[in-house]
Design a binder for this molecule. Structure first.
Ligand SMILES: *Cc1c(COP(=O)(O)O)cnc(C)c1O
Length: 409
């Protein structure tokens, strides 16, 4: 008789964005005239860059001619893209990455969720709190999270990030094996300085931990001196895997492409004390379970690194960051405490007078018809905060802020 993987039954029933969608739909049913503005879900709204579209057209034509047609590609990704990544995303920052250390994928969600496949079942987990839910849920599926009670998992160490500590997480107070860091952070929009990242790298080296570093928002960093890659920190190649995505960088949420860096120097030991290369093990896993990202999509990703592509992508990021500036300033003017929005397309603000996240979410929906994301949906330390995304249309962001400033919220 077949049974199921019971870890999946431990997952909490309602997915945050499904809850939100349900509340918005119910409100809309009752108030069909309300002009609702959605600043909740982290999806982009600007179209793909012209350089990307041109590359897609060209690659499509190649697929239609016998002598340029491509079937299965290398599981690691095409050399042309891996070279472009090495030369543009790392070399200019003084980071030497080998093309064999890059694994092109269909987006960072897949690899952040799957990487646990090759790591020990008994590893302890550490996350900063609040956090992108994939890190936790994938470890629930993998059987590493323990039991859920009072909003937290018993076997996961949470490092709270809040106003009191300036959104700088303290190191875990007990040794942990797998540590998820996301900087610039979703949902708080905050970053960590070089000195703070050095603490985490040194901790990982000292305890033999692995840092799973999600750099999905790296392209949004504007403050000089903030590292764009964990490999800017000495020793990180011996303890960190890094995840990148073209979704937020270049509007690829619907096209699907990203990459993971697994350095050759990164090794883990077996229970018998044998040393294993994570690069080789991840390669073996990918060759078995993944058959590569579409050729046309990899050509589209390559085009981001062309001269025009870089300029066009930069213009779109600037558009979103101008949205962020408008929202940050309006929220501050309304007397709210605002964080993020400088090095990331997320605004994180404190609800007034200790109102709960969900209560204030409803107030925003009912009073000014703006959809936000309740901070508590990203973890217990998010209670009392709200996330807004800067990925909306400019006119929606300005209208939402106009409504806010003319309300008595
Ligand atoms: C959006 C996002 C990703 C990217 O996901 P894709 O699968 O590449 O679209 C990864 N990590 C975080 C924290 C994100 O917010």
């Amino acid at each position: 008789m077949a049974t199921i993987n019971e870890n999946f039954l431990k997952l909490q029933k309602n997915y945050l964005f499904a809850d939100i969608a349900q509340k918005v739909a119910a409100y809309k049913d009752a108030h069909p005239e309300a002009q609702i503005i959605r600043l909740g879900i982290g999806d982009v709204t600007r179209p793909l860059a012209p350089a990307v579209i041109a590359a897609l057209h060209k690659a499509v034509d190649e697929m239609g001619a016998a002598d340029t047609f491509r079937g299965y590609g290398p599981e690691h990704g095409y050399e042309f893209l891996r070279r472009a990544i090495v030369e543009n995303d790392f070399a200019p920052r003084g980071v030497q990455i080998d093309a064999d250390e890059i694994f092109v994928n269909d987006g960072a969600k897949s690899d952040t969720g799957n990487f646990g496949d090759i790591l020990g079942q008994d590893n302890s987990i550490c996350v900063t709190d609040p956090i992108y839910p994939v890190y936790i849920d994938s470890n629930v599926m993998g059987g590493r999270a323990g039991e859920f009670s009072h909003g937290a998992w018993s076997s996961i160490t949470y490092c709270p990030c809040n106003e009191a500590n300036g959104f700088v997480p303290a190191l875990p107070n007990k040794p942990t094996d797998m540590i998820y860091l996301c900087y610039p952070n979703n949902p708080t929009g905050t970053t960590l300085s070089r000195a703070e990242l050095e603490k985490w790298v040194n901790y990982a080296l000292q305890h033999g931990s692995i840092l799973l570093y999600d750099a999905a928002y790296e392209a949004y960093i504007t403050t000089p001196g903030i590292p764009h890659s964990i490999y800017e920190i000495p020793g990180a190649k011996r303890c960190a895997v890094e995840f990148h995505s073209y979704s937020k960088t270049a509007g690829f949420t619907g096209l699907r492409c990203g990459y993971t860096v697994v350095p050759h120097e990164l090794t883990v030991t077996t229970k018998q004390g044998e040393t294993v290369s994570l690069n080789q093990l991840w390669n073996r896993r990918q060759c078995t379970k993944f058959n590569g990202t579409a050729y046309i999509v990899q050509r589209a990703a390559e085009a981001i690194y062309s001269h025009e592509g870089q300029q066009q992508v930069r213009d779109t990021i600037d558009y979103y960051m101008e949205n962020a500036r408008i929202m940050r300033e309006a929220l501050a003017q309304a007397g709210l405490k605002v964080f993020g929005g400088v090095d990331a397309p997320y605004i994180w603000f404190k609800t007034p007078e200790g109102t709960g996240s969900w209560a204030f979410f409803e107030k925003l929906l009912h009073d000014i018809h703006v959809v936000s994301t309740p901070g508590v949906g990203f973890g217990p330390a998010g209670e009392g905060y709200i996330r807004l995304t800067a990925f909306g249309r400019r006119e929606d962001c300005t209208e939402a802020m106009h409504r806010l400033l003319n309300s008595n919220l």
